[in-house]
Ligand binder design. Structure first.
Ligand SMILES: [Zn+2]
Length: 278
C-alpha cells in the first residue's frame, strides 16, 4: 500500500518536472533506495528508504493502521474520496461552461492532529493546487495555439497581482508571468517574474457583501463549496450563503471568489463588475 502511494507521488513529481522542462533529481542513494523498495517492499528496504528519504515517513504513517490511507482501505474504498481540485484527474465542476476559461481554484482545507500535513501532501500531487486561478480547457474543440492565445487574452484582461512580495506587475506583460508554455494552458504556472511567488487576479474588490448581493439577485442558487481536501468525501452544497458566511467567520477573498465565479459567465466579467461601485 505504501509502495503504491509512493509510486504515485514519485510519478507525479516526475511528470511535473517534465512539464517544466526539467528532470527530477534525487540523491543517488535515495534513488537507489526508492528503486529497491518499489521492486521489493520489504521491511529492510523500507527502513533504508526512510533513512535516505525521511519525508517518506508521512506516507508510511498514513498507511499504518489508523492512518488515513488504511482508514479508506478498511472502508473498502480504493480510490480515496475527497474534494478535488479543479483539473485533478480531469475533474471540472459542472458550473464551468467549457469554452476554455480561467477559474479560481479551490482553497485547501487543512487538518490538524495526527492527520496534519496529509492534506498538504496530497495537494502537492495535484498540478495547479497552489494556483489562484487555473485554466479549464475547452470541451470538444481543437486544442493548440488558438487556445493558448485565448488564455493569454483573458489573462491580459485581469489586474494581476504578485501574492508574494506584492511586486509591481503593472508594466509586466502577462507572458512573463506564464512559466513554461506547452502542454496546454492548464499546465501553466502563473508566477511572479521578480520573486517567483504565485500570481493571480487582484482579489481586493471581492468582498462578502457584494457576493451576497449577487447571490440574492441571481435567485439564491446553490453554490459549490470552496474547499478542497484529501480527507472529506463531500461537502454539502451551500444553499444559504448568508448562513454559510455566519458560520465561516471571515472567509478569505479567494473563498469568496470561488463562490462568486459560479454566478458570472466568467471571472473577467465578475472582477469588472466588482470593480464598479455598488
Ligand atoms: Zn513578486
Amino acid at each position: 500500500m505504501v509502495r503504491r502511494e509512493l509510486m504515485g507521488a514519485v510519478e507525479m513529481s516526475r511528470q511535473e518536472a517534465a512539464r517544466q522542462g526539467e528532470v527530477m533529481y534525487a540523491k543517488p542513494e535515495a534513488a537507489a533506495a526508492f528503486k529497491a523498495f518499489f521492486a521489493d517492499p520489504t521491511q529492510e528496504n523500507a527502513i533504508r528508504l526512510l533513512e535516505e528519504a525521511p519525508p517518506c515517513r508521512r506516507y508510511f504513517e498514513a498507511c499504518c493502521p489508523g492512518g488515513l490511507f488504511s482508514f479508506y482501505k478498511d472502508l473498502g474504498i480504493d480510490q480515496k474520496p475527497h474534494l478535488r481540485f479543479i483539473g485533478e484527474d480531469g475533474f471540472y465542476p459542472a458550473w464551468v461552461m467549457r469554452d476554455g476559461r480561467w477559474v479560481f481554484q479551490r482553497t485547501l482545507i487543512t487538518v490538524g492532529a495526527s492527520m496534519s500535513g496529509v492534506a498538504e501532501m496530497a495537494a502537492e500531487r495535484v498540478l495547479g493546487s497552489d494556483q489562484v486561478i487555473v485554466w479549464v480547457p475547452p470541451l470538444g474543440k481543437p486544442r493548440g495555439r488558438q487556445e493558448e492565445l485565448e488564455a493569454l487574452r483573458q489573462l491580459a484582461m485581469m489586474r494581476l497581482r504578485c501574492y508574494g512580495e506584492d511586486c509591481n506587475l503593472s508594466s509586466t506583460p502577462v507572458t512573463k508571468c506564464v512559466g513554461q508554455t506547452g502542454g496546454g494552458p492548464e499546465g501553466w504556472r502563473l508566477s511572479c517574474p521578480h520573486c517567483a511567488e504565485v500570481v493571480g487576479p487582484d482579489l481586493e474588490p471581492v468582498i462578502a457583501e457584494r457576493i451576497v448581493a449577487r447571490w440574492e439577485e441571481a435567485g439564491r442558487p446553490a453554490l459549490e463549496d470552496s474547499g478542497a481536501c484529501s480527507l472529506f468525501a463531500s461537502t454539502p452544497a451551500i444553499n444559504d450563503l448568508r448562513a454559510w458566511l455566519a458560520k465561516n467567520d471571515d472567509p478569505s477573498n479567494l473563498e469568496l471568489a470561488y463562490l462568486g465565479q459560479q454566478m458570472w459567465p466568467d471571472i473577467v466579467s465578475m472582477l469588472r463588475s466588482l470593480d464598479e461601485p455598488a
